[in-house]
Design a protein around this ligand. Structure first.
Ligand code: SAH
Ligand code: SF4
Ligand code: F3S
Length: 437
């Protein structure tokens, strides 16, 4: 019988795709996947540390494995990802959870096979964290798990050092893959039948800054020129690097979805400065104007943080004001979480938790009303949906519209992997419900 693996993923799309790379390594070693953690011969936690609750979530789940491991001594437990890459965290983790067998970081995921083989020969835990050496490994063979969607890395790391953010410390300096490698990967995916390609990078707009051959908008043009019916999405765009050329390329290529995730974080200029975002609220609004000039129906989404150190009531009001002006299709809202080692964590004026809570509730209310209004605009319209799966609970197929809205629809045939036209009858918060035509 095959040995079984179970991977638990926390954090962003980048991590979701890296879990596919981990799955690729495990399947090479003869493991196959199980949904049931109790039956697994190896459990891998691919962790995140963007906010304290992401870390706590992982700690809680690793802690729960103690009993399972006591029952099944042969079970291997591996922990990797952003959490372990933080200074001293691997040792802390080993101390807290001595039954964890393998601890690795973000820069040596490709050596997991070696570590598993080493662990089989020794009793001691294998703890290996490496620093970023700037290399890009083109050898990974991810085991993709999200057909008809596929993720493709275009950059790794981040150079921006937003003062609240841990990512530059755990993901290293920004590096771009060669355009020919990206184009070859996307061509292969399209030939294999994938219908939606999402390009991944902490800051895709700065693709090429580290010496890659072509700028991001040119890469997009080349990808959009690949034959076949498929969609292109990308994330995340940093507003400071968002250019008019990019808006033109998005408008001029029907394969590139008319939606853009453009995290603004705050609407207050002094907070944006303290965050080291390198744009003002006016700069941001100008970029939005450019985008809307070329793509009037573009769905703009964002990330917002409340309770950044020093945020006054007036700063928060500025955020509400900006959100009202832009009218986002949807937004992720976060309470600021101090991350050890970042500049903001050392700032003296940390905001009281109760104040942040009140602010986020107010912000969520505003964002939700915008989301609902955007959804309502689709009622009575026909949208093209890429069918991604079947929702057992709703007894309906589901997929995304070009604008990124989740759409549910009834259908007697299996449409997974196909583009279908759906007439929207109802809007339900962020999702839409309709019928196939
Ligand atoms: N590279 C992307 C996003 C990375 S993290 C970008 O620059 O947009 C995703 C989101 O998490 C960020 O946009 C930010 O809103 C949020 N975030 C990052 N660090 C945080 C922290 N310390 N506390 C709260 N939210 C944070
Ligand atoms: Fe973090 Fe800023 Fe880099 Fe995004 S751009 S990953 S928020 S440092
Ligand atoms: Fe992503 Fe979390 Fe790391 S958001 S880059 S997995 S810290």
């Amino acid at each position: 019988m095959d040995k079984l693996y179970h991977i638990v993923t926390y954090g962003c799309q980048m991590n979701v795709h890296e879990s596919e790379k981990i799955a690729g390594i495990l399947s090479e070693l003869g493991y196959s996947s199980t949904e049931d953690m109790e039956r697994a011969d190896i459990v891998v936690f691919n962790t995140c540390c963007i906010r304290e609750n992401a870390e706590n979530h992982a700690y809680g789940n690793i802690g729960m494995l103690k009993k399972l491991k006591a029952r099944n001594k042969n079970m291997l437990i591996a922990v990797g990802g952003c959490l372990t890459q933080q200074i001293n965290k691997a040792d802390d983790l080993h101390e807290k959870f001595p039954y964890v067998d393998i601890i690795f970081g973000t820069h040596n995921l490709n050596k997991l096979k070696e570590y598993i083989l080493a662990k089989r020969l020794q009793k001691k835990a294998v703890i290996k964290i490496e620093e970023c050496d700037g290399r890009i490994d083109e050898g990974d063979k991810p085991l993709r798990t999200s057909y008809p969607n596929a993720w493709v890395n275009i950059t790794y790391g981040c150079n921006n050092f937003c003062t609240y953010c841990i990512v530059p410390y755990v993901r290293g300096r920004e590096r771009s893959r060669k355009s020919q490698d990206i184009i070859a990967e996307v061509k292969e995916l399209v030939a294999d039948g994938y219908k939606e390609i999402t390009l991944l990078g902490q800051n895709v707009n700065s693709y090429g800054n580290g010496g890659a051959d072509i700028p991001f908008y040119e890469l997009l043009e080349k990808l959009a020129a690949i034959e076949g019916k498929f969609r292109i999405r990308f994330m995340t765009s940093h507003p400071k690097d968002f250019s008019e050329e990019l808006a033109k390329v998005m408008a001029g290529n029907s394969k590139i979805c008319n939606c853009l995730h453009l995290p603004v974080q705050s609407g207050s200029d002094s907070i944006l400065k303290a965050m080291n975002r390198r744009y003002s609220s006016e700069d941001y609004l100008k970029k939005v104007e450019i985008l809307k000039k070329y793509i009037p129906d573009c769905a703009i989404t964002t990330d917002l943080i409340v309770g950044f150190p020093g945020e006054s009531e007036k700063d928060f009001e500025d955020t509400l004001e900006l959100v009202k002006k832009v009218d986002f299709a949807s937004a992720f809202t976060f309470v600021y979480s101090p991350r050890e080692g970042t500049k903001a964590a050392e700032m003296p004026e940390q905001v009281d938790g109760e104040i942040s809570k009140r602010r986020i509730m107010k912000l969520i209310e505003l964002v939700n009303s915008q989301t609902r209004a955007h959804s309502a605009l689709f009622v009575g319209k026909q949208v093209e949906v890429l069918c991604e799966g079947y929702d057992e609970k709703r007894n309906a197929y589901m997929g995304r519209s070009e604008h990124g809205r989740m759409v549910y629809f009834g259908c007697s045939e299996n449409k997974i992997g196909e583009f279908v036209t759906v007439k929207i009858n109802e809007a339900n918060g962020i999702s839409l419900i309709g019928e196939i035509i």
